[in-house]
Design a protein around this ligand. Structure first.
Ligand SMILES: Cc1ncc(COP(=O)(O)O)c(C=O)c1O
Length: 374
């Protein structure tokens, strides 16, 4: 947020900033989705809906999830929220109490830590193996489980690293958590953006529905970040508790956006493949360019649209104390916005979002190369 604010200020001053900070697709929302929203407005679908979303959208989400991943949720196990962030916040509010431990692999999406803390929980961080692309294994998780562990959070593919948890490891993690009655929250925000593996949801395993909590979002999959539609798939009592919370806090997600959401999940899915193919091209370009910069190493992202290069050698060479200082100086001196690794729990990295055009990627990477070697 700080980098975004600084970049904004520079832009207002007329500086030509290349922005690798934004975590959102640069594609417009597909036209069929926009048209559905226009029809909703013209048809006066502009009033309250049930607090947990319309039956129509819940049904459509359950069907989409079943078609993509082979799950079997019904609308009573589904809730529509104001974006994926909202459902994650709500899971913590209804399930995490003071002193409960929540296991979070590092690097992590910044919000997990804050929503766990806000609920009174304690974050327990698990290091992953950077040399193997930030690989997470069940063994790494197991050594952090104890009688206070209430939840494990998995985000695959990961923001910020693009790491994907191997299916066999994910299944082992599920075995560990389910037999102890620990919630396994799977953040599937980027689940449709995988470069070398097929879409998979841990919720498709037999018995998974008892302890798995799916946090889903239409934001990235359909380039709908501003529409604010996310969803949860979970046991009905959890859904009911969240429904109460939503009914006294946000009420329903916007009625018009819900109609757009129905079209997104029921309509043609071709736009997702188009975006994925473009991200893959950009991923290859970015990784290749980063690897040419002396003092920078980078794991290959296997999904999502972020690279997470290790800049520790470059920091040393330039006498820069931290990724935060690096990001500040890169923005001030080379006019490129990136997010420092401290936001994601590491002190040797920056995050580069490649959800931007090839032309911008070229310009920005030229500037980063010059900044580091200059
Ligand atoms: C890992 C992860 N989960 C969830 C979200 C939530 O997205 P939204 O609230 O826009 O649906 C994001 C957004 O950046 C994300 O990166």
């Amino acid at each position: 947020m700080k980098v975004a604010a600084d970049a904004d200020r520079l832009r207002r001053e007329g500086v030509d900033v290349v922005d690798f900070g934004a975590g959102e697709p640069d594609f417009p929302t597909p036209d069929n989705i926009k048209q559905a929203a226009i029809r909703a407005i013209e048809g006066n679908f502009t009033k309250y809906t049930p607090a947990g979303g319309t039956q129509e959208l819940k049904q459509a989400i359950c069907e989409r999830h079943a078609a993509d991943y082979g799950t079997s949720y019904s609308p009573s196990e589904c809730i529509i929220s104001v974006g994926g962030k909202h459902i994650i916040f709500n899971y913590m509010q209804v399930l995490i109490d003071s002193g409960d431990e929540v296991v979070i692999p590092v690097p992590y999406w910044v919000t997990y830590k804050d929503v766990v803390n806000y609920a009174g929980g304690k974050c327990v961080f698990v290091e992953t193996d950077e040399a193997k692309g930030f690989a997470l294994t069940a063994d790494m998780i197991e050594s952090h489980l104890n009688e206070r562990t209430r939840m494990v959070i998995i985000n695959s593919p990961s923001n910020p690293s693009g790491a994907v948890v191997e299916r066999s490891e994910f299944e082992k993690i599920f075995q560990l958590t389910s037999k102890r009655g620990i919630w396994l929250m799977t953040d599937e925000c980027y689940c449709r953006f995988l470069y070398d593996s097929s879409p998979f949801s841990i919720a498709s395993l037999p018995d998974a529905k008892e302890t798995v909590l799916v946090a889903g979002s239409l934001s990235k999959t359909y380039s709908m970040t501003g529409w604010r539609i996310g969803f949860g798939l979970a046991p009905a009592p959890v859904i009911n508790a969240i429904n109460k919370l939503q009914s006294h806090s946000t009420s329903n997600p916007t009625s018009i956006a819900q109609k757009a959401g129905v079209e997104a999940v029921r309509g043609p899915q071709g736009s997702v493949d188009v975006m994925l193919a473009e991200y893959k091209k950009r991923r290859d370009f970015v990784i290749n360019r980063l690897r040419q910069i002396p003092g920078v190493t980078t794991a290959e992202p296997r999904g999502a649209f972020y690279a997470y290069p290790n800049i520790s050698e470059a920091l040393e060479r330039k006498g820069i104390a931290s990724p935060m200082e690096f990001a500040e100086r890169l923005l001030a001196e080379a006019h490129v916005a990136v997010v420092p690794g401290e936001a994601f729990g590491t002190d040797k990295h920056i995050r580069i979002s490649y959800a931007t055009s090839m032309q911008e990627l070229e310009r920005g990477l030229d500037r980063i190369h010059k900044f580091i070697t200059g």
